[in-house]
Design a protein around this ligand. Structure first.
Ligand code: HEC
Length: 100
């Protein structure tokens, strides 16, 4: 019983570790972002570090991902990403902020 529980927990944990990189890939985020390398946009670890103490970061960034915008990292703005729903955007940002 205990083994089954540990096994289930491990499976669940690895499933959620995969869910968001896959979602990021599917939604086209990885065309401009990488977890720890600079592409067109800032890498996800930099973003996580920048907003580490910002309690409103999830709400603000999830809205920005969908609407697009610039000014936070440099001269290149992020285009709008209407292909992500509000819930997906929040899920992606929560994952990004946890990559640090
Ligand atoms: C066409 C390229 C491109 C795509 C596609 C893209 N981004 Fe970005 N992203 C950028 C750029 C450029 C910036 C920097 C914008 C700035 O300076 O404010 C950025 C910034 C961000 C930020 C930080 C915003 C801030 O204000 O600090 C987050 C979070 C983010 N992107 C998440 C995502 C997610 C999630 C997706 C997929 C749904 C995505 N991006 C798709 C180019 C892109």
């Amino acid at each position: 019983m205990k083994t089954a529980l540990i096994l289930t927990t491990t499976l669940l944990m690895s499933a959620s570790a995969f869910a968001n990189p896959e979602l990021a890939e599917k939604k086209g985020c990885l065309a401009c972002h990488a977890v720890d390398a600079k592409r067109i946009g800032p890498n996800f670890k930099e973003i996580a570090a920048k907003y580490a103490t910002d309690k409103k970061a999830v709400a603000v960034l999830a809205a920005k991902v969908r609407k697009g915008g610039g000014g936070a990292w440099g001269s290149i703005p992020m285009p709008a990403n209407p292909q992500v729903t509000e819930a997906e955007s929040k899920q992606l940002v929560e994952w990004i902020l946890a990559t640090k």
